[in-house]
Design a protein around this ligand. Structure first.
Ligand code: NI
Length: 137
């Protein structure tokens, strides 16, 4: 018997065919049986990233940035220079069009969030991911 959750809301969203096909492939690979299950997981991750507030002191984050050739390099460089807290940066060319950069930054969570926001807002940026960790372990 299937459980019925009376408080569940049905949410519809628009997505182009290609992205939806890739999403379906990815969710099968990861073992999700339905799109809803995968979306709930994504939403939880998204919310927990947003909840990263009010942590005292500095945190360390590893940020990966995937971007295409349409990215405005001077703008990216301005961001990199504005965040002196970036201690390490690695650049690799993954194919003729795309570049991957990895950053290690030690800063307050607010400052790291600011940087993530700037990266996400940059034209040509395709994926921004990060792993955070408190400094005092
Ligand atoms: Ni490159």
């Amino acid at each position: 018997m299937r459980a019925i959750f009376l408080n569940n809301m049905i949410v519809s969203m628009s997505m182009d065919d290609e992205l939806l096909a890739r999403f379906d492939d990815a969710l099968k690979t990861k073992g999700y049986s339905t799109r809803s299950e995968a979306m709930r997981d994504l939403v939880r991750t998204f919310i927990s990233d947003c909840d990263w507030e009010g942590e005292e002191g500095d945190s360390i984050a590893v940020i990966t940035l995937l971007y295409g050739k349409e990215v405005k390099k001077p703008e990216l460089m301005r961001i990199q220079h504005r965040y002196r807290e970036i201690s390490t940066m690695l650049h690799t060319h993954i194919d003729p069009i795309n570049c991957l950069e990895v950053y290690v930054i030690k800063a307050s969570s607010d400052r790291i969030k600011e940087l993530l926001k700037e990266f996400r807002g940059l034209q040509g940026v395709k994926v921004v991911k990060f792993v955070k960790s408190a400094c005092e372990v």
